[in-house]
Design a binder for this molecule. Structure first.
Ligand code: NQM
Length: 400
């Protein structure tokens, strides 16, 4: 029976079947995102073919992603590619791929702290590393931006190799139920995509775009480039539901005009096809936290908030003069817990500030959870693996 051979061992598994190629794949939830993870060596080396494989695996472009694993929204149109690192400061290298349901762009330039949460569990499952004790800590380099994070996952049967514990009592808002905690400690996040923490050189800028009027913004990147705007400055409360904001075409058009202008100001150039900067509406906290947020990523309002977006919003809360600082309720000191409220609850970040320079964040620690959902092969049409060969092929008339 066909299924029996598909589920066979590494050696007898057919790599090609019915015009399709089977690629080993671990389908994982990382924080509030989800997507297939691959070992780098299992994917084509050239980028065009690799992109074509990812597009085929997720089923993009198609708004419903009916022909692939994608979940028809940006948070479930993601993939992770992981390899062992030979650098001294990292154990693993993670390439994050952001796809979109309705476009054929594979963007390898942003960070994703949620997918990052699944990297160490994946590496253990896929045999890239082995467990080291009751918990296993690995340093992960995100190749997209050079970000390094120290990530600790529970591996209670440590000596036995691959066993990752997924069940536990940790709860993150935006994911039902509880799971085992994954601790992430970012080592240096300032200016991850931009040139510095405050890429315009200011804690606050006044942006005056035709048709929008002057709006005060804070452009900041402590792991994720954000444009922070007081919701009230755009005539909103900031407490609207995600659904209401997603239907608010007038707001979304204004945000996009502002985003394109701020992208230039932040030194990012034309950001039309980029999923950053994220536009982040802020308002005073409503649930006992530090700040209330609505994060646009960038054309859809996030159901909660991205990991590095939360780190960056938290950072804006502790820097005097930013748009967020004036609305936030935060303690003073150099070790501060900042609770970032979002549509599904809150996200707590532990920030460590340099006592000599409070604009220098030396530590951002937080908790996520992740889960292995499925392990097996994803099938992609065989032509996807040879995309660059097809693109580079000499047209017939030139050969003659
Ligand atoms: O900001 C969504 C997410 C993200 C990114 C997005 C993220 C982060 O929630 O680190 O995690 O901003 O598109 O997964």
């Amino acid at each position: 029976m066909v299924l029996a051979t598909i589920q066979g061992t590494e050696t007898d598994r057919p790599r090609v079947q019915g015009g399709q190629t089977a690629i080993p794949c671990w389908f994982m939830r990382g924080g509030t995102s989800r997507g297939p993870f691959f070992r780098s060596d299992d994917l084509p080396e050239d980028q065009a073919s690799r992109d074509a494989v990812l597009l085929a695996a997720l089923g993009s472009p198609d708004p419903r992603q009916i022909d692939g694993l994608g979940g028809a929204v940006p948070l479930t149109s993601k993939a992770g590619i992981v390899s062992v690192s030979d650098r001294d400061d990292a154990d693993l290298e993670f390439r994050f791929a952001q796809l979109q349901p309705d476009s054929n762009i594979v963007d390898l330039t942003p960070n994703c702290g949620n997918m990052l949460a699944a990297v160490v569990p994946f590496a253990l499952e896929a045999g890239l590393i082995t467990a080291r004790g009751d918990t296993t800590t690995a340093r992960v380099l995100t190749l997209n931006t050079g970000l390094v994070a120290e990530i600790t996952v529970p591996t209670p049967d440590g000596g036995a190799g691959r066993y990752v514990e997924y069940t536990g009592a940790a709860c993150i808002d935006g994911v039902p139920g509880t799971a085992a905690p994954i601790a992430i400690n970012f080592l240096d996040t300032a200016g991850s995509v931009c040139s510095s923490l405050l890429p315009t050189g200011n804690v606050r800028d006044r942006v005056d775009v035709a048709g929008i009027g002057a709006v005060e913004v804070t452009c900041i990147d402590n792991g994720q480039p954000l444009v922070i705007i007081a919701a009230a400055a755009l005539g909103r409360t900031g407490y609207e539901s995600t659904a209401a904001l997603n239907e608010d075409q007038e707001l979304k058009s204004r945000l996009e005009v502002l985003r394109l202008a701020c992208g230039e100001l932040m030194g990012l150039g034309d950001v039309t096809a980029r999923n950053y900067p994220k536009m982040t509406l802020v308002s005073p906290p409503a649930q006992g936290g530090a700040i209330n947020t609505r994060s646009f990523i960038p054309h859809v309002c996030h159901d909660s908030i991205g990991v590095l977006a939360a780190v960056t919003a938290a950072t804006a809360c502790v820097i005097e003069g930013t748009v967020a600082h004036g609305l936030a309720k935060v303690d003073s000191g150099t070790d501060i817990r900042v609770s970032v409220e979002h549509p599904a609850g809150e996200f707590s970040i532990e920030l460590g500030l340099d006592p000599g320079n409070p604009q220098h964040v030396i530590k951002s620690a937080l908790l996520r959870t992740a889960r292995l959902i499925m392990a097996g092969d994803v099938f992609v049409p065989r032509r996807a693996l040879h995309s660059s060969a097809i693109t580079a092929a000499v047209p017939l008339e030139e050969k003659q």
